[in-house]
Design a protein around this ligand. Structure first.
Ligand SMILES: C[S@@+](CC[C@H](N)C(=O)[O-])C[C@H]1O[C@@H](n2cnc3c(N)ncnc32)[C@H](O)[C@@H]1O
Length: 255
């Protein structure tokens, strides 16, 4: 495990947030539901009989979904609590998956040339060293294997400019090139606040890190919300029609 600032913090933060995060993700009309998940599933494509690593699997949302679609899934996460939830969820849903506590930056528990697909949803920002993580992903992928990952869009390093009635005028962005650590605050069900820390990186940082370890980037997606998002959460739908909330990459190990 790496000694960085974020990695150990992520383990503690996500252990604390795990139950609340799962509850938040089960709400209807999250940005994940109306923007990220449909885009990720379309990027991943058919997974039947594919060997998949869900890297930073959280409570197992994608692991279970992909296993139900016929994939042979292994999920890993730095948070023991998340892995515990993922295991429970798989048992509850009678879905076969394997889960391990493991740092995405050190996949030494897996052989090289092992997976057809590595997928990683909104994890990269919590990593100290994305290049090290991407090198590991490259190593464990089979030749021609796919790495699909998503992140909060780097332009989210900003805020809405609001009028006196608190209406959203436009999105302000500044210090885009300052790779600072940002804090997100999550409201827990008991009324408390739980914080997570993540590193801001630019779009080019992600692209360059992928290419530098040998990946060929096949697609870069800035998804708009699905139409049905209107019915699920009109406020979030309208926001997501104005600015990109997520960015996704599909990269291939082709050498
Ligand atoms: C925003 S949650 C996303 C969870 C899941 N991918 C999903 O979409 O439901 C971020 C997850 O990344 C995990 N994580 C953070 N740093 C990690 C690391 N170095 N290695 C593996 N997982 C990590 C956290 O524990 C947390 O479960």
């Amino acid at each position: 495990m790496l000694d960085g600032v974020l990695t150990e913090k992520a383990r503690k933060d996500w252990n604390r947030l795990a139950e609340n995060y799962q509850a938040f993700r089960q709400e209807s009309g999250t940005y994940n539901e109306i923007v990220e998940i449909p885009a990720m599933l379309s990027l991943i494509g058919n997974v039947k009989d594919k060997k998949v690593l869900d890297a930073g699997c959280g409570h197992g949302y994608y692991s279970l979904l992909l296993a139900k679609k016929g994939a042979i899934v292994t999920g890993i996460d730095i948070s023991e609590k998340m892995v515990e939830l993922a295991k429970k969820n798989a048992v509850k849903a009678s879905v076969q998956c394997q889960f391990f506590v493991c740092d995405l930056q050190d996949l030494s528990m897996f052989n090289s040339d092992n997976f057809d697909l590595v997928t990683s949803s909104i994890v990269a920002g919590y990593l100290d060293d994305i290049r090290k993580a991407f090198l590991e992903v490259f190593r464990v992928l089979k030749l021609k294997g796919i790495f699909s990952f998503s992140e909060n869009h780097p332009i989210l390093k900003g805020q809405w400019e609001r009028d006196r009635q608190d209406r959203r005028l436009h999105w302000n962005i500044d210090n885009y090139f300052n790779r600072s650590i940002g804090i997100a605050q999550w409201r827990a069900r008991d009324g408390g606040i739980i914080e997570t820390s993540s590193r801001h990186r630019t779009v080019q940082d992600y692209f360059d890190a992928l290419v530098s370890v040998g990946f060929v980037v096949e697609r870069l997606v800035e998804p708009e919300p699905i139409n049905n998002g209107k019915l699920l959460n009109i406020r979030r739908y309208e926001s997501a029609k104005r600015i990109p909330y997520f960015i996704l990459f599909r990269a291939r190990k082709s050498i």
